[in-house]
Design a binder for this molecule. Structure first.
Ligand SMILES: Cc1cc2nc3c(=O)[nH]c(=O)nc-3n(C[C@H](O)[C@H](O)[C@H](O)COP(=O)(O)O)c2cc1C
Length: 193
């Protein structure tokens, strides 16, 4: 089982990375082949809506995203982890998602077949400082449409409120255990459609 674990937080060793690392630990325990992608380590420009991908299916911007498209398409499971910033995902996560417009264009404009017939799965990990009922609604909608564009089925995720200072997630009564268990489950499941 190939898993791409994407860190969308710009704060290294912060709450989101700690949570994602637990999931990765669980997935590796079960024999999952996990690649961790730290978005902030890459140069990913925002989409400029040049329209090029609408006819070619390829993004015209020559930056690190060109190395990430194949990674996105070759794995069985994609986990994306982002804290909530202004009720959405972080800017680097959004830039990465917007650049998947090229994959959206391949699917919906050019009607290209997916590279694999496998059911690929997508999960979302998120957390935020406040406790509002709708805290994750905006970001989750974005993530659902992202997974649709890259031909992955959204399978849910983990969401934690009241997490703000670096290290807060370690004091949550169940978060890291839940992430570890989700990581294990992801790699035990062959096809959970
Ligand atoms: C620019 C910015 C915007 C934020 N917006 C929200 C928000 O809308 N709602 C919320 O509950 N927390 C918000 N937060 C708090 C973060 O989600 C919280 O501190 C989180 O624990 C950060 O995760 P990290 O340690 O992985 O960076 C914001 C933080 C920053 C820096």
């Amino acid at each position: 089982m190939k898993v791409l674990a994407i860190l969308g937080s710009p704060r290294r060793q912060g709450n989101t990375e700690t949570l994602l690392d637990s999931l990765i630990e669980g997935a590796r325990e079960q024999g999952g082949e996990v690649e961790k992608l730290v978005l902030c380590d890459y140069n990913i420009s925002p989409c400029i809506e040049c329209g090029s991908c609408s006819t070619t299916g390829e993004c015209a911007i020559a930056d690190d995203m060109q190395d990430l498209y194949p990674k996105l398409l070759m794995v069985d499971v994609i986990v994306i982890a982002s804290p909530i910033f202004f009720y959405s995902v972080t800017a680097i996560t959004k830039a990465f998602i917007d650049r998947s417009q090229a994959l959206w264009a391949r699917k919906y404009l050019l009607h290209q077949k997916p590279l694999t017939e496998k059911i690929r799965r997508g999960y979302f990990l998120s957390l935020g400082a406040t406790k509002g009922k709708q805290l994750f609604e905006g970001a989750t909608l974005t993530i659902k449409y992202f997974f649709d564009a890259i031909d992955a089925k959204y399978r849910g995720g983990l969401f934690f409120r009241g997490i703000e200072d670096k290290g807060d997630i370690k004091h949550h009564p169940s978060a890291l255990r839940e992430a570890l268990e989700l990581g294990r489950k992801i790699c035990q499941t062959i096809d959970d459609r």
